[in-house]
Design a protein. Structure first.
Length: 616
């Protein structure tokens, strides 16, 4: 018999690791070595640039951040518990509810402001300025929270990180022209009127411009409606599309590459022959012909430039106040930025500084990249890619100042509006039904079916036949057609919702909001359904998945009065007909049922699969 093995050093070492891992709760760490050390803020904190946008917080995280800003400890009680009943069209509002909320928005509109930077002078220390900024920011957040709780209004999940607002303050101070970039499909949701007031408080000579990006999604008549609306508000507006300009640049680059390849393939002999013909030709005559052909276009071009100069620099001109619904190109937008400030005083005599401000994911960085042709700013479909402001020179006369995307405080009907407009990240949403219900209420049923080649379940008996589809009906139909299934074989509505919402943000599902005072049905009309389109029918499997768990009267009648025919099915080889074999021996010799391979083909097939078309 072998003796008992001793643990040795390895055994003791393993026990020491276990005690060190699981025995920390009963020990107190010896921190004597840190008694005489401290973190000195004697240099620039480069880690401060790694900012993170904060728009949504849990109650616990909001409590901690507020306590940190205040520098004190306090407690709060929340007793406004509300039980929300289950609804199929959750996230949508009726016309009466929407009109009531609009009246409340107009009544308390003057309370919505952005935080101001406190005044400072050369005698103000860094610590004093930081303390004032934190105190003003805390007071601003308290006022908005009181407004939300007292009146029951819904605000956008505005930016709660003070460092992001500091970036905005510096961009406003540096800029001669402050440009708010908004989404042309719903400009008023992204437009902040108080930002213009704040820029005038900083310096009265600053120019404010509203740039409607993604204007290629609007028709010419829709752009005219918005131009007239902002004319009535005396707001300077310009229409632009960063995506369209980027496509134009790519097409030009491809054309240049084709020309270079064609030039490289030309042989030296052809080049020499062309040179001889060029030398023998009358160059002066050709030049006169070219100038003669383009003389009218050159004259109109310089005449147009002269008119622009007169309109821009004339103090008595009133025509310039009218906004043009034209979709500007890259060159026209650069000229617009250079000349919009006029002869007013600038922060720098040599160039014009244009600050670009806006919500996340409205295309600020994409606009800069199209103006510079080369990619200088990182772009992402997720909101909040830009972390801190940066200055970029377009040329010697124009400098752009890009500000991080800020969700500014504003009234909103529901949180679903923020998701479908790309303000909040789609991949981080917790409830996918409200935003999809909002899309279904905006876009008709036949447009959704034609867009994705699906068939959405019709309304049940007793319901309005013209009602919009619910989120579950639409998502289940889309998930079944694309094969998005969960582990237990049900349609994956969450995955389908993320795909649909990204299509809506990208513009594949298009819906444009009308200006105030304009009929929405006239502003954005949809084509009627095609009566000759092919109607898709559900398979028994799809019918089982897409059918709602609500029993209607017709389902009860069909189940109760259903006439079934009793049929017996058997498996295996068929029995031979004895009588037939006696009466007709020749037929028996010629027919051999055990060699009938067509009948053997489905011999081992399960009956529930063979007759699955009879399933209800």
């Amino acid at each position: 018999m072998g003796g008992k093995k001793k643990g040795g050093s390895n055994h003791n070492f393993g026990r020491a690791l276990i005690k060190d891992r699981f025995g920390r709760s009963n020990r107190t760490l010896n921190n004597d070595s840190f008694l005489h050390t401290s973190d000195l803020a004697d240099g620039y904190d480069w880690g401060r640039l790694n900012l993170q946008s904060v728009t949504e917080q849990s109650s616990f995280e909001e409590f901690l951040s507020t306590a940190e800003l205040a520098g004190t400890e306090f407690t709060a009680e929340k007793l406004n518990v509300e039980f929300v009943p289950e609804s199929r069209m959750v996230g949508t509002l009726t016309d009466d509810e929407r009109s009531k909320i609009e009246k409340s928005h107009l009544q308390f509109k003057h309370f919505i402001k952005i935080p101001r930077r406190p005044k400072w002078d050369t005698d103000t220390t860094t610590e004093e300025l930081d303390s004032r900024e934190r105190q003003n920011f805390l007071d601003w957040r308290r006022k908005l929270a009181e407004l939300q709780e007292a009146e029951g209004l819904v605000l956008t999940p505005y930016e709660k990180n003070l460092d992001f607002w500091r970036q905005l303050w510096r961009v406003v101070e540096r800029s001669d022209v402050l440009v708010q970039i908004v989404d042309a499909r719903n400009p008023l949701l992204f437009y902040c009127d108080d930002l213009e007031k704040y820029s005038k408080e900083v310096d009265k000579i600053k120019t404010n411009v509203l740039l409607l990006n993604k204007s290629d999604l609007l028709t010419a008549s829709q752009r005219k409606y918005w131009a007239r609306y902002f004319d009535s508000r005396a707001t300077t507006v310009a229409f632009y599309s960063a995506k369209k300009s980027e496509e134009t640049i790519e097409e030009g680059n491809e054309l240049n590459q084709e020309v270079e390849e064609t030039t490289d393939e030309t042989s030296d002999e052809e080049i020499d022959a062309d040179d001889e013909e060029w030398d023998s030709a009358d160059f002066e005559t050709d030049e006169e012909e070219v100038i003669g052909d383009n003389e009218g276009e050159i004259f109109l071009f310089y005449y147009f430039i002269k008119i622009i100069e007169v309109l821009l620099f004339s103090d008595e001109c009133t025509i310039f106040n009218k906004n043009s619904p034209k979709l500007l190109s890259k060159e026209e937008l650069i000229t617009f930025f250079k000349t919009i400030h006029g002869n007013r005083k600038r922060l720098s005599d040599e160039l014009v500084t244009v600050g670009l401000v806006g919500y996340p994911n409205v295309g600020k960085s994409s606009t800069i990249n199209t103006l510079l042709v080369n990619k200088k700013v990182s772009v992402s479909s997720t909101p909040g890619k830009t972390k801190h402001f940066q200055t970029i020179y377009v040329d010697k006369e124009l400098m752009l100042c890009d500000c991080p995307g800020l969700v500014m405080p504003s009234f909103v009907f529901t949180k679903a509006d923020l998701i479908v407009n790309g303000i909040l990240p789609i991949d981080q949403m917790r409830n996918h039904r409200p935003p999809v219900n909002l899309i279904c209420s905006q876009i008709p049923r036949h447009i959704l079916e034609d867009q994705y080649s699906i068939m959405v379940t019709k309304p049940l008996e007793g319901e309005d036949p013209n009602r919009p589809p619910t989120a579950d009906e639409f998502l289940n139909a889309y998930a079944c057609s694309r094969g998005y299934m969960t582990a237990n074989g049900q349609p994956d509505g969450s995955r389908a919702a993320r795909v649909i919402l990204k299509h809506y943000v990208q513009g594949r599902l298009l819906f444009c909001i009308a200006p105030p005072g304009v009929d929405q049905t006239k502003f954005h009309s949809f084509p009627p359904p095609d009566e000759n389109r092919a109607i898709k029918t559900f398979t028994p499997f799809e019918n089982t998945l897409l059918k709602p768990n609500v029993a209607s009267g017709s389902d009860l009648d069909n189940t109760f009065f259903h006439k079934t025919t009793m049929v017996a099915h058997s498996k295996g080889m068929k029995k031979m007909d004895i009588m037939g074999s006696v009466n007709n021996p020749a037929q028996q010799a010629s027919s051999k049922p055990w060699k009938n391979h067509k009948e053997k083909r489905n011999k081992h097939e399960k009956l529930r699969r063979q007759f699955r078309h009879l399933d209800i």
